[in-house]
Ligand binder design. Structure first.
Ligand SMILES: [Zn+2]
Length: 497
């Protein structure tokens, strides 16, 4: 009897602690009100600016894909045309800054400030991914302007940030502005194909002993309706980005005619490998960036959800287990993901393949490096194929890495660069929550981690779910308001640096 009273008392204390913690877990500066872009850009004409932007969109700056180990020959005339337009639209930038081509087509501008210590690097890339014309409502390279929107491939990824940087710099130069610190503008030409442009810029800066205090590239954006119970737009700033590796798994056997199949079919065995990795994903963990994100966003959530986020000491295991159900983004933030994207086997319906080849694309959390990921996939493949490898007519298994880079080092949310970025976001975009996060894709900025401790990934524009899907998809476009916000953001960032 005494024991049950004791247990009941413990339970009541536990519930009280959880509820009190949830009640205290509230944001001091509760953001409400409508989203707005505050711009004090002098003489910015949205229609004229959009006209310039549309001309940049019309350049088909598609970088060639790698074919085997060879780069396909490409005519770079569209890249040259793009650069000529930059010279035409931004004459002061090209007069007052030192600029050069790196690795033939990447661009590096140097704007000397009052002080060459602790420079700022603003990045973008001007290559774009291909687009299937017939699927679009307006041709992807037409640069059509319809109802205050500029249509076209690269309008969001990421000619818009390059444009914003250039418009802001030209406007500031027109005012006779000199930045306090040196500024570098680094525009890659082959980001989408993981090319050598950005690494070459990093090597060049390194050879000149330049160590930037802050690097800003594309990455997070201002998003809405993604987190439960939060109505405000949220600016997610990438403090780090996940690594990436492609792993090939191959099974080789003797094949044969489909009329007399062996009991062991290499295709069936390979499907076991795929299912095994599906059933046994990489372990989940909660990285510091996600904890910080929960600390910001959790406080804005309704009371029911705040109970969970205020008491992660108790609910974390439950949250981790429920990750795949919460959503694919949340799942990807907390673990290394592995998905098979290529499968090759027989070319004819009546031929048993003598070789089955699949490729998995893995996005690496900081918890696994490329070698550990390869070891994990190999281990699972070995387990799934053990019988087939020991059969009378055995299959031969090989697992190899085709490509790989680890997750980037993380920038602290306590850093001067992050605080500066929050300040500039607040100065331009009203009623926006700012939170750290992990960039799930890969960007050129990772190369700059070799020369800078404060690398951030953020594109200053609000994007709907549909707009996010249009990146590398169809009907990519940007509104005049979004473009104006991008320009205003870089204007305030440079002016305050
Ligand atoms: Zn991009």
């Amino acid at each position: 009897m005494i024991l049950s009273w004791f247990l009941l008392a413990l339970l009541l204390i536990f519930i009280a602690v959880i509820l009190i913690r949830a009640a205290l877990f509230r944001a001091g500066d509760h953001k409400s009100g409508s989203f707005a872009v505050a711009s004090d850009l002098p003489a910015y004409q949205p229609t004229e600016a959009a006209g310039r932007f549309a001309e940049l969109i019309r350049c088909r700056t598609i970088h060639p894909e790698k074919a085997g180990e060879e780069w396909l020959p490409n005519d770079y005339s569209e890249f040259v045309r793009f650069r000529k337009l930059l010279e035409k639209f931004y004459p002061l930038v090209h007069q007052k800054m030192k600029w050069e081509l790196v690795n033939k087509h990447s661009l590096l501008y140097h704007w000397p400030g009052q002080n060459s210590e602790q420079p700022l690097v603003l990045m973008a890339h001007y290559d774009v991914v291909p687009a299937e014309d017939e699927l679009w409502s307006h041709s992807p390279f037409s640069g059509e302007i319809i109802e205050d929107q500029v249509w076209g491939r690269g309008s969001l990824d990421t000619k818009c940030t390059l444009f914003g940087i250039m418009e802001a710099a030209e406007a500031l130069l027109k005012d006779g502005f000199t930045p306090k610190k040196d500024l570098y503008l680094a525009f890659g030409h082959d980001e989408e194909t993981m090319g050598a442009g950005a690494p070459a810029i990093v090597e060049l800066l390194k050879s000149r002993s330049i160590r930037p205090a802050m690097v800003l590239d594309e990455g997070g954006a201002i998003i809405e309706g993604v987190f439960p119970g939060i109505k405000q737009p949220i600016a997610v700033v990438g403090l780090t980005e996940k690594g990436l590796t492609d792993i090939e798994v191959m099974l080789e056997g003797s094949g044969g005619h489909a009329s007399t199949p062996d009991r062991i079919n290499p295709l069936a065995v390979m499907s076991k490998v795929i299912l095994q990795l599906d059933k046994k994903p990489f372990p989940a963990s909660m990285p510091v960036e996600v904890k910080e994100m929960f600390a910001v966003l959790g406080k804005q959530m309704p009371f029911g959800l705040r109970i969970v986020f205020a008491n992660l000491w108790c609910f974390k295991p439950l949250l981790m287990a429920a990750l795949p159900l919460i959503g694919r983004e949340m799942n990807a933030l907390c673990r290394t993901t592995c998905v098979f994207t290529i499968a090759e086997a027989s070319k004819a319906a009546n031929v048993i393949p003598d070789r089955v080849r699949v490729v998995a694309n893995l996005r690496l959390a900081a918890t696994e490096n490329c070698d550990q990921a390869l070891a994990y996939v190999s281990e699972q493949a070995l387990q799934a194929t053990s019988r087939a490898r020991q059969a009378k007519d055995p299959l031969k298994l090989s697992v190899k890495r085709l490509y790989g880079h680890d997750a980037s080092p993380s920038t602290s949310s306590d850093s001067a660069a992050y605080k500066k970025l929050v300040e500039v976001i607040d100065s331009v975009f009203k009623n926006v929550l700012v939170t750290p996060y992990i960039m799930l894709g890969a960007s050129d900025s990772r190369h700059f981690c070799a020369i800078c401790d404060q690398v951030l990934r953020f594109s200053p524009l609000k994007m709907s779910k549909e707009e996010l899907r249009s990146i590398h998809g169809i009907n990519e476009r940007i509104s005049f308001d979004q473009l104006g916000g991008v320009v205003a953001f870089y204007y305030n960032l440079v002016r305050g640096s």
